[in-house]
Design a protein around this ligand. Sequence first.
Ligand SMILES: [Zn+2]
Ligand SMILES: [Zn+2]
Ligand SMILES: [Zn+2]
Ligand SMILES: [Zn+2]
Ligand SMILES: [Zn+2]
Ligand SMILES: [Zn+2]
Length: 482
Amino acid sequence: MEQIRKFTLEFFRSLKADVKEDGDVLVVSNVPKSFEDLFGKISPYQLCFSGGVKDCEFVGKGSAVLAAMTKYLEGSGKATLLKIDFDTHSGHKNLSGGIDPEVEIFKRLDLKNCEIANLVKKNRNNFFSRFTFMTTFRYLNESEQIVNEVYVHDGKVVNGSLDGYFVTEGSGVGCRVSELNTKKDYEIAREKVKELLKGRTAELGEMLSRKVDVEIARIKEHYGNQMRELGGDLGGTLEKVKEVELKLRTAEDSEKEGLRARLERLRNSLVKIGDDDSHARVLKEQEFTIKDVIHKYSLNVDNKLVNTTVIYYPVYSFRLCLKESGVRCSVAGNRRFLEMSYDPLTRSLGKIFCESCKKAISRLNLCSAGHISCDECLDHCSECGKVFCANCLKRSCSVCAKVLCKNCTTMCLGCGKYVCRNHMRKDCVTGDERCVNCLRVCLRCHGMAQERYFGEARDGSKVCSKCLGKENLSQRLKFSRD
Ligand SMILES: [Zn+2]
Ligand SMILES: [Zn+2]
Ligand SMILES: [Zn+2]
Ligand SMILES: [Zn+2]
Ligand SMILES: [Zn+2]
Ligand SMILES: [Zn+2]
């Protein structure tokens, strides 16, 4: 029992959870999500080590907590599949289905001259991953552990937290974690962890390198002395021999032994002078000692992936049919089908763009031809008065320059230009429709006809061939009467 208690204590401490000992009970809070999800319960936990304590989770052979801890450490709980249920909010069930498409749409979009005739909510699954890394820094006799949880969504690290979401054990999604491709997300998460560890790594690195510098300086001094004693410096050594001999003469008895030993060493080193071998040996020894010290003061960083959790949640697709405001459904007005995606996690609704200027809009106008338009791109047809988008109002009358919709323009077959209804007339000679620019007024009948149907009347005025024909006819009749 004591062993299990110790193990539990160490386990939660290494997870950087808050552990409090309250008599026989261990109160653990602030536990990493990856453990909570694996265990299936949200912290704080009240743990006890002998059965039958009220409101406590028993930890012992065969208990769920112990199993979860072992599983976590082994990494066999490495892959978890979780589902976020937006339709069920933690605690209270929302029968209407959690997310109301109309509410979400109207929060972001103002329907100006149209309304929703019909709306269907569909959903598909979207995924994101959470990686839990346990990093152990080892240096000198210390070891320090840090747990990091990184969320990756759509190829990017996100500030994730499942707090406040209703999470259920994933099932029915039709695939296992191993089948989902988390490799790319993992690479991204690993880079993020490196970044997160940078600060602590640098701190420890600096502390160790300061220590190692001191050690190396000490080693160099030590071997430097040896080298000096070894020689190269014959004069210096002789000097020292003389110095020690002098001291020995006047020294107290107690010092004599030390001085004699020193003298011995100096004399020996005199013999060794010029001995390259011993030189090289000292250098080599110094090199080894330095290497040893560097190794001893090195920082060992061990990153272990403890858990991968794939979290899936529904992304909605709202399929809606817009219709002109005030028009009854049975009446065939202009309609428009629209599909918007809604991500309940990021609470973002797919953007709607003006089909004329392509800008994203928050106020939607429906053009009479069913196009989506922003306020700026919407205008009236000067003829019929209906609202149209800029794309539908590209034509204008070549005579009066009025802006017109497609329905209100006619192309003149004489000049090929568009004109309004008012400036399109009937040729009084042929009955063809022509624009007023292609016609000329006959001063006799006040009708209009194309230039080529004009001729000179008897009084010299230009008249249409109809009037000309009448004149000729009456002339002939007059002749025949005469
Ligand atoms: Zn526009
Ligand atoms: Zn019109
Ligand atoms: Zn339009
Ligand atoms: Zn006109
Ligand atoms: Zn014309
Ligand atoms: Zn005429």
